[in-house]
Design a protein around this ligand. Structure first.
Ligand code: 5GP
Ligand code: SF4
Ligand code: MG
Length: 465
């Protein structure tokens, strides 16, 4: 998901709509915006579909007046059951004796089932099936007298990954979990402030990127400035390494590094670790593009766009059913026959999850007359599900959970298949010595099975580490 908020600008909801549009890659199912102005109080709109199809309508934006506003773009993850209902679309809202609060959450709460049971037993009435709603109910039960204090109380009971953007009548609040699994950025816009999942959303509103909200930090922002708190016990941060590989936009800055540069560096690592003789390096667009450029630069093999992407399709992975995902690949990608015919082709993609994309693409490339197909993947084999907010399927559906690299190569029917090593990936994100197994600098659980937070709900459901 993507979260965004602004305080201290006229018609803040318009800024939020623009920010969410720039974060659309983080969630395409639905979006919501809440704003506050004294005469109208809190107003909100939640819609299915793209930001540009909903939150550009003047008639809708006029219902969201005020200088303080937050928003959310949604993509449903592991915890959610069935199709999204509009009541699952954030921001969520709670009215407390000390005033109202709207909150938008990116990540996944790993003890949400247990919390929900406990809260329901004690009288909470849940409106949605979302894990994020727990935060509102925990706040309601807190005996603290201010909203930031209630929120600290609530979030100390929550486990897992959370980057939260919230608002009261006067304050914009941002919080990151102690491991800092999901990103959250602070920006300055005109006389006001902004919070965003990624820096690319600051560019669109002409905001200046100030700094990251630190892992375990809470910022409370008013028109007068930013206050910082540390409500949690300090821990070694474990930012999601897959944000660098795939999830974030390449024009964003993460950990002080351009995501594009990092992906380019992964391609360079991959070319060093897994060279092969070939005539052409092709990206699987768009997610494989920067790594393919890096691979071509390091190997000296020409780069070309052997696969053309239809820009009007979203991310195929995010489509929930198998059938749509299967069709999705062809709706989205087509082979550029003129470039491919008769060539030995290296295809670079960011990851192999179920193998759906790679299988289809291999068929399309061979149909177009390629002589050889070599897959090079810009992440290690995805062998474990993510419980922190990225929608990977259950373990049995992950190709790498049940097959070795050779078996995957044969299953996909390609001439060769190689993944970047975990150390190579760490070098590419700036850890010169690779992964320090005694104290890893990132979350890499989907590759290593080393979960930095025990996924309590999943273990209860029988998941074995
Ligand atoms: P597969 O087709 O193997 O199931 O998925 C791989 C494709 O989906 C890749 O092209 C990649 O760009 C995209 N993808 C890989 N991992 C993820 C993920 O965890 N979440 C999302 N949303 N997309 C992914
Ligand atoms: Fe990111 Fe993978 Fe960790 Fe999930 S398991 S937070 S995708 S590194
Ligand atoms: Mg892709």
């Amino acid at each position: 998901c993507g979260v965004f908020g602004v305080v201290g600008v006229t018609d803040a909801a318009n800024f939020v709509a623009l920010g969410l549009h720039a974060l659309q890659h983080r969630g395409q199912e639905a979006g919501g915006i809440v704003s506050y102005q004294e005469d109208s109080g809190f107003t909100s709109a939640r819609r299915f579909g793209y930001v540009r199809d909903n939150f550009t309508k003047a008639s809708l934006m006029e219902t969201l007046p005020g200088a303080l506003s937050i928003g959310h773009v949604r993509y449903s993850t592991a915890g959610s059951k069935g199709a999204t209902q509009i009541r699952d679309v954030q921001p969520f809202f709670g009215e407390f004796s000390v005033g109202g609060t709207a909150i938008a959450h990116n990540g996944n709460i790993t003890n949400a089932d247990a919390l929900r049971r406990e809260l329901i037993d004690r009288g909470s009435i849940f409106q949605s099936s979302s894990d994020s709603e727990c935060i509102i109910h925990l706040m309601a039960r807190s005996l603290q007298r201010t909203i930031p204090e209630k929120m600290k109380d609530a979030l100390r009971r929550v486990e897992g990954a959370f980057s939260v953007v919230a608002m009261t009548r006067t304050k914009l609040i941002g919080v990151r979990d102690p491991l800092g699994v999901r990103p959250l950025m602070l920006g300055k816009v005109a006389d006001g402030w902004a919070l965003s999942s990624e820096t690319c959303a600051f560019d669109i509103i002409g905001a200046e990127f100030v700094r990251e909200v630190a892992p375990g930090e809470m910022v409370v922002i008013t028109e007068d400035g930013v206050e910082s708190f540390r409500p949690f016990e300090a821990q070694q941060p474990r930012f999601c390494i897959f944000e660098h590989v795939y999830f974030s936009r390449p024009d964003s800055i993460l950990g002080g590094r351009s995501v594009y540069e990092t992906r380019h560096a992964i391609g360079v690592e991959l070319a060093r670790e897994a060279p092969v003789e070939a005539d052409l390096v092709c990206p699987v667009p768009d997610s494989g593009t920067p790594a393919a450029i890096g691979y071509a630069a390091e190997s000296g093999i020409p780069y070309g766009m052997g696969i053309i992407r239809n820009q009007y399709m979203g991310r195929t992975f995010i489509e929930p059913t198998e059938q749509i995902r299967n069709m999705g690949v062809r709706l989205k990608l087509n082979v550029n026959r003129a470039l491919i015919e008769g060539k030995r082709v290296i295809l670079v993609d960011d990851s192999v999850v179920r193998g759906t994309t790679s299988r289809k693409i291999k068929e399309m490339i061979l149909d177009a007359g390629a002589r050889e197909v070599h897959f090079r993947i810009a992440s290690p084999p995805t062998a474990w599900p993510c419980f922190y907010g990225v929608d990977t399927p259950e373990r049995s559906k992950l190709l790498a959970a049940t097959m070795s690299e050779e078996e995957m190569r044969d299953h996909l029917g390609v001439d060769s298949l190689r993944f970047v090593s975990l150390d190579g990936l760490y070098r590419a994100v700036g850890e010169a010595k690779g992964r320090d197994a005694s104290c890893p600098a990132y979350c890499d659980a989907c590759f290593s099975g080393d979960y930095p937070v025990e996924p309590a709900d999943m273990i209860e459901k029988g998941f074995e580490l």
